[in-house]
Design a protein around this ligand. Structure first.
Ligand code: N01
Length: 486
């Protein structure tokens, strides 16, 4: 970058999609020293951790890509997880990200001291950094259900994000707890090898039908030959997903919302047995929980070797799951599709800012940020996928790149010597947080359902405005909202 006065030492936390993009984009900005700390032994984040049968991205592949690495070769409209993980690894390799990643190095503490961040990982002290960019992901702490007797189960039990591939599913009686996006992908994928699948549902879901069509070779060749065609496909999908869908759930496109809800109702109507259909019918508004996309689930759950169990679970026993009607559901394998704790992104690290107060204390009753990207009391601390980032059915890669564009403008100020420390001011942080809370209070997510969007204090983790508003917010920082110490 022209005019750079300082070569910054920047720590990036996480080598998932956000961390990979950060390294590549930072390199374009200047000759900074960038070190990525990654707790695992390879990159990829969520696509490394989640390997459950049936894993597919339910955001269209052509939307789920880095802007600097368009991929003409996606196999399906919604590509399978291993293909996305291969893409992550390929991008990390092609763009020379790997050499700056320290694998097996989980950050345990970050302490602001004398104008820099002192980082300690599981490998020991890592020195001082001018800035930290976090890209730790949103859904990476598996949530285990608080059900009595979980440890008593005599068969194999595991969370979907820790799938045990050494366990054969052939001829097994498999229980799946949960009916989120994950379970709805798992059930159709395991019903064939299993003797029987019992799906324990606490809450019925809205499910949008969407066949996952393969992308033919000729189409892929056309994308390869004409980058404009690929870009056009991206623009089309971006408009459909971010424009229409986001506007619909944000309450700004009632006609689109109604069309989507009707598509889900029509999908539900394909369930032949009225009693089963009734038990699969949600009793809250579409979009309150994250919308599920699947054309495979209803056919799978109607099979004779699948059972939807809606009596609540009373306890888990050595032989299976006991439900409130007194019945024991005998099981060999128990799959916990019970989701994630999305509210404690830095649960495994101790972060101490300028005041000396740990962030965990400051955030004890809810995460407070300035526009999801920066935090008062944490100078030069920038977050991708931070609290209240756009969640839901969006491409996280798009979101992270927008946030990165914002963050890099602040990093440039540090590099140009225009500031040594950049911290959001309290007043604009409070104003943004209040606007967020006011808007969320009237949002679809707060319209009467339980979901992972809620933290234990009733705060909602998602972003309540349109995607266009998010893009506008991320276009350029409002510098008056920051303390720039020189
Ligand atoms: O988790 P969830 P998930 N007893 O939190 C149930 C992303 N994702 O892993 O609804 C009984 O949605 C719980 O019940 P209820 C996506 O953002 C993306 O499925 O709270 N049941 C619920 O049914 C998604 O939203 C892709 O009543 C219990 C389920 O467990 C997010 O990950 C694919 C229970 C948890 O559902 C999380 O999805 C997959 C208990 N004690 C996932 N505790 C893509 O394709 C919990 N449950 C991009």
């Amino acid at each position: 970058m022209a005019g750079t006065e300082r070569r910054l030492r920047i720590a990036v936390i996480g080598a998932g999609a956000g961390g990979i993009a950060t390294v590549i984009r930072l390199r374009e900005r200047g000759d900074h020293e960038v070190v990525v700390f990654e707790k695992a032994a390879e990159p990829g984040g969520t696509w490394r951790d989640n390997t459950y049968p049936g894993i597919t991205c339910d955001v269209p592949s052509h939307l789920y890509r880095f802007s600097f690495a368009p991929n003409p070769d996606w196999s399906h409209k919604y590509s399978p997880g291993p293909e996305i993980q291969a893409y992550m690894r390929q991008v990390a390799s092609d763009f020379g990200v790997d050499p700056v990643v320290r694998y097996n190095s989980e950050v345990v503490s970050a302490t602001w001291r004398e104008g820099g961040w002192e980082i300690v990982t599981t490998q020991g002290p890592e020195g001082r950094f001018d800035a930290v960019i976090t890209a730790v992901g949103i859904l990476h702490h598996p949530a285990l259900p608080d059900i009595e007797g979980l440890d008593d189960f005599a068969g194999d039990a595991f969370h979907t994000a820790r799938w045990d591939h050494s366990v054969s599913l052939q001829g097994k009686r498999i229980g799946v707890i949960g009916t989120g996006s994950t379970a709805i992908q798992v059930v159709p994928a395991i019903v064939d090898p299993a003797e029987k699948v019992s799906l324990f549902q606490r809450t019925a879901q809205w499910i949008m039908p969407e066949p996952n069509t393969p992308i033919p070779d000729e189409k892929r060749a056309a994308y390869r030959a004409d980058p404009g065609l690929l870009a056009g496909q991206y623009d089309h999908l971006a408009q459909a997903f971010n424009g229409a869908f986001c506007a619909a759930v944000a309450g700004e496109a009632p006609d689109v919302y109604e069309r989507m809800a009707q598509a889900c109702r029509d999908n539900l109507a394909t369930v032949a047995d009225p009693e089963l259909r009734a038990r699969l019918t949600p009793d809250y508004r579409m979009g309150c929980k994250r919308l599920i996309v699947s054309s495979l689930f209803y056919p799978a759950i109607q099979r004779p070797d699948a059972e939807l169990v809606t009596d609540s679970i009373t306890r888990i026993e050595a032989g299976g799951v006991r439900t409130a009607d007194g019945r024991l559901h005998p099981l060999d394998v128990l799959v916990l599709a019970t989701g994630f704790d999305a509210h404690h992104p830095f649960a495994d690290m101790r972060i101490t800012g300028r005041s000396g107060r740990p962030l965990s204390e400051t955030w004890a009753r809810g995460n407070v940020t300035y526009r999801g990207v920066t935090v008062p009391d944490l100078p030069n601390w920038f977050m991708l996928g931070g609290p209240n980032s756009p969640l839901g059915n969006f491409s996280f890669l798009m979101t992270a790149e927008r946030q990165l564009g914002y963050v890099l403008q602040l990093v440039d100020l540090l590099a140009a010597g225009k500031a040594q420390e950049i911290t959001p001011l309290e007043a604009p942080t409070e104003a943004w947080t209040q606007a967020l809370k006011d808007r969320l209070a009237g949002s679809i997510w707060a319209s009467g359902c339980r979901s992972w969007y809620f933290d234990p204090h009733g705060n909602v983790a998602t972003y309540p405005w349109s995607y266009e508003t998010f893009e506008a917010e991320m276009k350029a920082p409002i510098l008056e909202d920051y303390a720039l110490a020189t």
